[in-house]
Each structure stands twice: as structure tokens, then as C-alpha cells.
Design a protein around this ligand. Structure first.
Ligand SMILES: *Cc1c(COP(=O)(O)O)cnc(C)c1O
Length: 381
């Protein structure tokens, strides 16, 4: 019986990552960005969001994202308060006209479907499900006006290819929350690609950002002027009008905007989305390669093509309880690699966003090996 076999395990220094944050959101915020925030703080924090210092930040978010995603002509960037979860509510009012189709294959993709199922003004959505660890396919349907996809299902570590689907007049709405900034995207394939900044963009949460196509902007304007009641904080038209003036409808978290801009401009300097995506793939190949190699671990997602480059899920064999491993790691400064609670598997889940150093990912696997050796042995005794 090993109740707390690892209470006094001290992982050797040379196996420890320089930074132990591997969470899937909130995720690692680079120390350099925080230092810079402290430097500019006297002129930025605690100043009006209607004045140039903060408005310039919003402007840099908008222009930087347009550049990062090579947005086609007519696409715009909008932002507001409330994170990706709020955007689901907003989309149910401003982007879905009557009926939507959803791919549901994990916690986050299912939540959007549930929002729509609860919306009294919408028809029951078509929900296409697949087992956790896999990704279902959308299919053409004449009676829907929006396809709701998820680029990366953060709860299971499954990535989906985003390709344009639909007939003229139908919208493609994509939850890019954990993918945006770490996975390639063809912006021409989406009408709305929305995310929160606490994942690949290494900031705090609380804000939503959306890349919008002309068709999405047109839909939102039309629904907004029709008879549907849309509360102001959920009004995409109002958010877009404010965004166009480099503002937000109500007061944003200024420090979060600053951190987002730091990460965005850093990624652009390094080589943009191709660079960030390659870096995440490199980190992912370290984790999946390790999980394939060691006898007590295996990648959870069976199809290698569906394994996420930004969120790696790894099953452990029963004699190495993930909860014990993660507890020991936490005591040694490596945090937040527990599997998704509701999935209920003996699993580790590792955030591999661009801020995470591939070198640290390699160290992490060595640290896990070291702990698993000791925890596993203790459990066999
Ligand atoms: C984290 C996450 C969300 C929720 O983001 P919040 O900012 O907490 O609302 C939604 N979808 C996906 C895919 C996520 O990873």
C-alpha cells in the first residue's frame, strides 16, 4: 500500500525543467513579459482604457493577429470581456440564426452544444459525437446555418483539421482557444475563430478574441437589427464597433492585454505562426516519442494524426498512478499536468504552448521517469 509514497521524493536538479509550468490554461506566462509589465506599469496600469496607452495595446492586438493569421481582405479582429465561454453565449445570439451543427468530442466542444441546446430562440442543434480521444467529421446539412467546430479539444488532447465546410450562407464557427497561436490555420476556412489569451498567448484569462469573416460580420449585423433581444455585453456588433476604435465595450484587464501583446509580438518576431506551430510540434514529438518508448506510458489518442501538438495526453499503466506522480512533481515545482478530471483516466495532460521550452519538455519526461520508477516500485512492493 502506498498512500503517500512520494512525500519526501526530491527530484535531482539536473532532471528539473527551468520552468515547471505545464498547465493547459492558465498556462506559463514568460518571466520576461512580467518584468516588462513592471517596467511600463507606472504609465499603463491604472490608466484609462479610453486613452492612447491602452488603446494602442488593443490596436497592437488587432494588427498583430491580422498579421499572424494572414487574415484575408475584409476579415476583422474583435475582442471583449468574458473569455471563450462568453463567446459561446454571444454566438448563440449573434452568429447562429436558427440551427447549428456541433462536433462534440470532449468537455469544451460539448459545452458549446449545451449552450445552444438551452437557447429558447434556437432549434435543437445537430450534435455529432465521437468517443473521447477521437474527432468526428462534420457533414453537409441544408437545415443548419452554422457549423461549430473545435480546432483543439483541450480536455482530451485531440486536434481536428479545419477545412471549409458548408453551403453559401452557412457559417463555420471554430473554437480555437487552445490552438490559436500554436497551430496552423487557413483563415479562409473559418467565419469566426475565437479564443481566450491564457493558452498559446501566455496571458491571463478573462478576454475573448475573435477573427471574423465578412459573412460573420454581416450575419451579426442582421441578427442584431432584427427582433432578437441581445444584451449589450453579448452583442458582437457593439464589440466590433468598439474594437474598430481600438477599445472594448467595457473595461478590460489592462495587464492581460499587455501580456497578450508581448506574446503575440514575440511569436511574430520569431517567425510567426509557422515558427510557433513547428515549436509546438517539436515539443509534442518529445512527449509522444517518450510515451511510445517507455513501457508504463502510451499516448491516449490512438490516431497519430489526431494527437494535439499543444496539449499532450498520456495514459499511465495502473501501477503508476498519475495522481501520485503529479503530486510528487508539484512538490518539486512541476505543476498542472493532471489529466482532465471528468475524463477519469489514469492520465497526464501536458500543455505545450509556444511559451514552453522544448528543452523543458524533455526535462519533464525525465523527471516523470524518475518519479514513476519510485512510485511504481513502491506500489509493487
Ligand atoms: C480553455 C478553453 C475554453 C474556455 O476558455 P475560458 O477562457 O475559460 O472561457 C473553451 N474552449 C477551449 C477549447 C478551451 O481550451
Amino acid at each position: 500500500m502506498a498512500t503517500d509514497s512520494g512525500a519526501d521524493l526530491r527530484i535531482p536538479q539536473d532532471l528539473l525543467p527551468d520552468d515547471g509550468r505545464f498547465g493547459c490554461g492558465p498556462s506559463k506566462v514568460p518571466a520576461t513579459a512580467v518584468v516588462r509589465l513592471a517596467e511600463v506599469a507606472p504609465r499603463l496600469l491604472g490608466t484609462s482604457h479610453r486613452q492612447p496607452p491602452v488603446r494602442q495595446l488593443v490596436g497592437r492586438v488587432r494588427s498583430g493577429l491580422s498579421q499572424l493569421f494572414s487574415l484575408p481582405e475584409g476579415y476583422e479582429v474583435a475582442l471583449g470581456n468574458g473569455g471563450a465561454s462568453l463567446f459561446w453565449d454571444l454566438a448563440s445570439l449573434c452568429l447562429i440564426e436558427r440551427r447549428s451543427q456541433h462536433l462534440a468530442f470532449g468537455e469544451f466542444s460539448s459545452k458549446f452544444a449545451q449552450v445552444v441546446q438551452g437557447a429558447p430562440h434556437l432549434a435543437a442543434p445537430e450534435v455529432i459525437e465521437s468517443a473521447p480521444g477521437t474527432c468526428p467529421q462534420p457533414h453537409l446539412a441544408e437545415d443548419v446555418d452554422a457549423y461549430c467546430l473545435t480546432h483543439n479539444e483541450t480536455s482530451t488532447g485531440v486536434q481536428c483539421e479545419i477545412v471549409r465546410i458548408g453551403l453559401p450562407g452557412q457559417l463555420v464557427l471554430v473554437d480555437g482557444t487552445s490552438a490559436a497561436g500554436g497551430m496552423q490555420l487557413d483563415a479562409g476556412a473559418i467565419d469566426a475563430y475565437y479564443f481566450s489569451p491564457q493558452k498559446c498567448f501566455a496571458a491571463d484569462g478573462g478576454i475573448w478574441v475573435a477573427l471574423l469573416s465578412p459573412a460573420a460580420i454581416e450575419r451579426s449585423a442582421r441578427l442584431g437589427s432584427a427582433s432578437r433581444w441581445i444584451p449589450s455585453s453579448l452583442d458582437l456588433n457593439l464589440a466590433l464597433q468598439n474594437s474598430r476604435q481600438d477599445q472594448t465595450y467595457n473595461t478590460p484587464a489592462v495587464a492581460t492585454l499587455f501580456l497578450l501583446v508581448q506574446q503575440l509580438e514575440w511569436i511574430l518576431e520569431q517567425g510567426g505562426l509557422p515558427w510557433a506551430a513547428a515549436r509546438c510540434r517539436q515539443s509534442a514529438s518529445i512527449v509522444y516519442g517518450w510515451a511510445d518508448r517507455v513501457p508504463y506510458a502510451a499516448p491516449f489518442v490512438q490516431d497519430p494524426g489526431q494527437r494535439s501538438p499543444v496539449v499532450a495526453t498520456v495514459d499511465l499503466s495502473p501501477e503508476v498512478p498519475a495522481g501520485e506522480v503529479s503530486k510528487v512533481l508539484r512538490r518539486n515545482g512541476i505543476v498542472d499536468i493532471d489529466g482532465y478530471r471528468k475524463l477519469g483516466r489514469n492520465q497526464l495532460r501536458i500543455g505545450l504552448f509556444p511559451a514552453v521550452e522544448p528543452h523543458d519538455v524533455a526535462r519533464l519526461t525525465q523527471a516523470i521517469d524518475w518519479v514513476a520508477d519510485r512510485v511504481g516500485v513502491a506500489n509493487r512492493l
